[in-house]
Design a protein around this ligand. Structure first.
Ligand code: NYM
Ligand code: MG
Length: 212
């Protein structure tokens, strides 16, 4: 059975501006997949539980100051430190629903003025998502939603720049979901595209690496 393709979990990433609804949609999606009898886990970046994640968290909460390049590389390192576990989980059949990934890394840092290719390079070799769903909302609409927190980047002007830099990263494989729809409609769309993606991976779609 040398040509029998191996079933694996899907790497599904949700991206979008702050307040686009990613976090709640990610947990709803995990519950849905589990309800379908699938193995699924919720992951998020930054993962603030690691040592690197704590440095990132201190930066985001303004408890520390870091050079723009330095924090960019820490965000990337935070993904690298989870890479092998990610691969193990996927190969064991668990689908990962990931709240932000390399696209946030590039969009937020390049919005500060860093060169986009420089921003992309440390992401080279991380696992490529099987699906990127972008929760699309205008920065103005996002800002109207119960306001931002006090973290760095949570300001309308900066979010407008981030939105533009996300647009540069979009490719035709991204699923753009209108995040201004009622929450149940967003949820339903995500369920459909995620389930289709999980099925492809079960049927042996190979894992690949950034950047495709
Ligand atoms: N962020 C997130 C980055 O600047 N680079 C990255 O690589 C990632 C993963 O961190 N405003 C930014 C985007 C968010 C902030 O994320 C914290 P969250 O999802 O709000 O915890
Ligand atoms: Mg946030």
């Amino acid at each position: 059975e040398g040509n029998k393709k191996e079933s694996r979990g899907a790497l599904i990433v949700l991206e979008g501006l702050d307040r686009s609804g990613k976090s709640s949609q990610c947990s709803r999606l995990v519950s849905y997949l589990e309800g379908e009898g699938l193995s699924a886990e919720l992951w998020r970046f930054p993962d603030r539980t690691t040592n690197v994640g704590q440095m990132i968290s201190a930066y985001l909460t303004n408890a520390s100051q870091l050079d723009d390049h330095t924090i960019h590389l820490l965000f990337s390192a935070n993904r690298w430190e989870k890479r092998s576990l990610m691969e193990t989980k996927l190969k064991s059949g668990t689908t990962l629903i990931v709240d932000r990934y390399s696209y946030s890394g590039v969009a937020f840092s390049s919005a500060k003025g860093l060169d986009i290719d420089w921003c992309k390079s440390p992401e080279n070799g991380l696992l490529a998502p099987d699906l990127v769903a972008y929760l699309d909302i205008s920065p103005d609409k996002a800002a109207e939603r119960g306001g931002y927190g006090d973290e760095r980047y949570e300001k309308l002007e900066f979010q407008q720049k981030v939105a533009e830099h996300y647009k540069v990263l979009h490719d035709t494989s991204w699923k753009i979901v209108d995040a201004c729809q009622p929450i149940e409609d967003v949820e339903k769309q995500l369920q459909e595209i995620a389930l289709a993606c999980v099925k492809q991976c079960q049927q042996g779609k190979p894992l690949s690496s950034l950047w495709p």
